[in-house]
Design a protein around this ligand. Structure first.
Ligand SMILES: [Zn+2]
Length: 349
């Protein structure tokens, strides 16, 4: 293989490829030789910079990855099913492991919580150091591309639908960005939970693919008024749950689309974070608004358990839109930024 290299953000807006000497892992940590990494919007924000957020530059971006365990730190114990020289995928959330929130399992509420590639050197590299507790076995029959594309979006969507919105069988859920990584995860998980997803997309091509995923309805926001269409599809009632991650541009339609007693859960603001809220709608419609960020690391093991019940025909799977060579990581970022991807953008080492 070629000499080890990584991408670095020396200052926001700059993405530089450089060769490096992979470090030895400390106690409890491992070094992974990465075979694939997947991009998230966090890669773009980490690279470009976020107003009011100071990041530890220089930094290697990249939250998701999968590869081969090539070195163990002193005394490191691996999770069940993993061995030195074997393959693994990475849970992207990092936490202290010793505070009350961590001990309860709510690691994403830890005061020292952070995401790989955002607070610590990430996966846009041939090698990465991670705590052994952040490793997971790769489901049978999955390749490294799928393994890399899985953790962050499925963990996020599971936390939002199951543990925040408490989505129940038969309920309707409006999924914004039905073609995005987290949107494709939400559609599949909603179906898995027995609910009825309505996907919102921006093009006919994405609509076709959402139908293939088995969504109950698709709304093309380039041609249709989303809130009006939701009313039509639900007999004027509205949806039980709105799955938000787009923010300012979609907020008004999200609130208008909710049924009485509806729940909105959001994990992001790709179109901006300033939104207005009509408080009369909030109380009169008895709405619940919830914020969500990542999810319990433990839930990834729960998801693996569900996949294990039917490995030949898994109830959900990551969708890979396009694969770039790792050396073309900046081009992969540009592809994600352009908004035409359906599913995850992946780089292969
Ligand atoms: Zn903690």
């Amino acid at each position: 293989m070629s000499a080890p290299f990584r991408f670095r953000i020396p200052e926001h807006g700059v993405l530089a490829k450089e060769s490096f000497e992979p470090a030895e892992p400390g106690p409890g940590w491992v070094r992974l030789e990465l075979k694939a990494m997947a991009l998230n919007h966090l890669d773009l924000w980490t690279t470009q910079g976020i107003e009011g957020v100071r990041l530890p530059l220089p930094l290697t971006p990249g939250c998701d990855g999968a590869g081969v365990i090539v070195a163990l730190g002193p005394g490191t114990v691996l999770p069940p099913g993993l061995e030195l020289g074997g393959s693994a995928m990475i849970a992207p959330g990092l936490s202290c492991g010793v505070c009350a929130d961590c001990l309860r399992g709510d690691d994403m509420r830890c005061a020292r919580y952070g995401v790989l590639g955002h607070v610590l050197d990430g996966t846009a590299a041939t090698h990465v150091l991670v705590p052994a507790a952040n490793l997971l076995p790769i489901p049978p029959n999955w390749d490294f591309r799928q393994a890399a594309a899985f953790p962050l979006v499925f963990l996020t969507a599971w936390e939002m639908l199951v543990h925040k919105a408490r989505l129940r069988p038969g309920e309707t859920v409006l999924v914004w960005g039905g073609g995005s990584g987290v949107g494709t995860a939400a559609i599949q998980l909603a179906k898995f939970l027995g609910a009825r997803p309505i996907a919102v997309v921006s093009s006919t091509a994405k609509a076709m693919k959402c139908w293939e995923l088995g969504t109950e309805h698709v709304i093309d926001r380039s041609r249709e008024d989303v809130a009006r269409k939701v009313r039509e599809l639900t007999g004027k009632r509205g949806v039980d749950v709105v799955f938000e991650h787009t923010g300012a541009a979609t907020w008004d339609a999200s609130i208008a689309s909710l049924a009485k007693g509806g729940r909105l859960v959001t994990c992001g603001t790709t179109t901006g974070f300033d939104a207005r809220l009509n408080l009369r709608a909030l109380f009169a419609k008895q709405l619940t608004l919830m914020g969500s960020y990542m999810g319990r690391r433990e839930h990834l093991w729960t998801l693996l358990g569900h996949l294990g019940t039917n490995p030949t025909n898994p109830p959900f799977r990551p969708l890979v839109d396009r694969v770039f060579p790792l050396a073309d990581y900046p081009a992969a970022q540009a592809h994600l930024q352009a908004g035409q991807a359906f599913g995850k953008v992946v780089c292969e080492a």
